[in-house]
Design a protein around this ligand. Structure first.
Ligand code: PSV
Ligand code: MN
Length: 433
């Protein structure tokens, strides 16, 4: 299959050559600065080089709101085009080796063909995402009043079977996990019985869990509200944790950063789930008001840093029992070029990670034990305010990515080529994706 225009490795190398002298200067200055703090820059860079996050297939298309979607020119028309864009992001950043698919949006006619195509692009598949929050064309029963928790057992069965189908497709693609998010809930007090709906959820989830291959994980994604505006069945981390505990060791919680009430202390939720061994994965994004699906680090970079601080802290603990959480992005790009937003997001995640690696943990616990709040905060802030950009550039360069991926992306005129290769979709549809 023809992938059309791609950004060649030689083009990246040529631009890197131009940028390298400045980068080397900045890197050695930062190295000296960190050395004074007792930090070896090389250890940080090596860790950043290993950082990986999955790109959502639905993130490379232009998103929309419930009011409208303004289609972007040259956006992917199908799952193959989406993979081409995702592979480009990986080539530039060298940090997105896997793509998360959403079924049926990305349902392949033949998973083997899709897998071969992904192989040819040197990318793999991350978590499968099921969709029982929408009716599909021709679907006999409706999810209007719920899916895995619907009052009618036959609707629940339809939703269960869909999730099992996602596992089957994912198995053929080499995926190892299923993320389940349902929109089930009620718009009005009295509409659903809280207890019964959670019992139904558990019954359905047990059937899905029973179909999981041994080496798979099931991620339970919670969300405060939307599309249900009064009550949601899997509304918070406590409920997701309870469900994971009930199901078994292959089940864990998925934290989507946008799925909390404003000002909730997400880093503390992360710490708790890590402590309980039930943090399965993340959907990274950022938000101001609700589930805004904005680019990670664009609104609350300090929060993102604090989350990574918890993650790094856990990775240093010798007693950890569960596998490290899976990193995924879940964003909706409505006003930016989706590829640019995703490149930027990857960089912001790496930035937060690198900053978190700089935290002097001995010093932090020294101040914590002495109730020295101001110095504890300063210890964190010193790491957070360090400009780690040279580390990020160097990590990419050493991984054969672009020192400045956004610049190379624009310079390549990739989007212009895709506009020519992919005729514009003329429809403007509604729907949050
Ligand atoms: C729901 O808001 C969500 O975060 C879930 O992860 C969905 O799978 C995704 O967005 C796309 O709608
Ligand atoms: Mn999500």
């Amino acid at each position: 299959m023809d992938t059309g225009f791609t950004i060649d490795q030689s083009f990246i190398a040529q631009e890197n050559e131009r940028a390298l002298p400045d980068l080397e200067r900045d890197y050695s200055m930062l190295s000296a600065q960190l050395e004074r703090r007792g930090i070896a820059i090389e250890a940080i860079t090596k860790n950043v080089q290993k950082f990986a996050v999955a790109v959502p297939s639905w993130g490379v298309g232009t998103g929309g709101t419930r009011f409208a979607r303004f289609a972007g020119e040259g956006e992917p028309r199908n799952v193959f085009d989406k993979l081409v864009d995702c592979a480009m992001i990986h080539r530039l950043t060298r940090a997105t080796p896997r793509v998360a698919l959403h079924i049926p949006w990305d349902k392949p006619e033949d998973p083997r063909v899709l897998r071969q195509f992904a192989d040819s692009l040197h990318i793999g598949f991350d978590a499968m995402n099921s969709n029982t929050f929408q009716d599909q064309p021709g679907q006999a029963l409706s999810y209007k009043f719920g899916s895995l928790t619907h009052a009618d057992r036959s609707v629940r069965k339809l939703a269960i079977n869909h999730n099992i189908e996602c596992i089957k497709i994912g198995n053929e693609l080499g995926s190892k996990s299923l993320s389940v998010w349902i929109g089930d809930g009620g718009n009005f007090p009295g509409q659903i019985d809280f207890r019964t709906s959670l019992e139904r959820y558990l019954e359905s989830a047990r059937e899905i869990y029973a179909s999981l291959p041994d080496d798979w994980q099931l991620f339970i994604e919670y969300k405060l509200y939307e599309p249900a505006f009064y009550s949601t069945v899997i509304n918070d981390w406590g409920t997701a944790y309870y469900v994971a505990e009930q199901l078994g060791s292959k089940a864990s919680c998925l934290v989507d950063l946008g799925h909390h009430a404003p000002n909730v202390n997400i880093e503390m939720i992360v710490a708790r789930l890590l402590q309980f061994g039930r943090l399965g994965g993340f959907h990274f994004n950022d938000s101001k008001y609700g589930d805004d699906d904005l680019d990670a680090g664009s609104i609350k970079p300090f929060q993102l840093f604090l989350i990574f601080h918890e993650l790094v802290q856990e990775s240093l603990r010798s007693t950890r029992q569960s596998p490290p959480p899976t990193y995924m992005i879940d964003q909706s790009h409505n006003v930016t070029d989706p590829i640019e937003s995703l490149i930027n997001t990857v960089e912001e995640l790496q930035r937060a990670y690198a900053q978190a690696l700089l935290v002097n943990r001995e010093e932090l616990s020294f101040y914590q034990e002495r109730n020295d709040a101001i110095m504890a905060l300063k210890t964190l802030k010193r790491a957070f305010t360090t400009d780690v950009s040279p580390i990020l550039g160097m990590a990419r360069q050493r991984n054969d990515g672009a020192i400045d991926p956004l610049h190379v992306f624009r310079l390549s005129q990739y989007r212009k080529w895709k506009i020519a290769e992919r005729p514009v979709a003329t429809t403007t549809t509604t729907g949050i994706v």
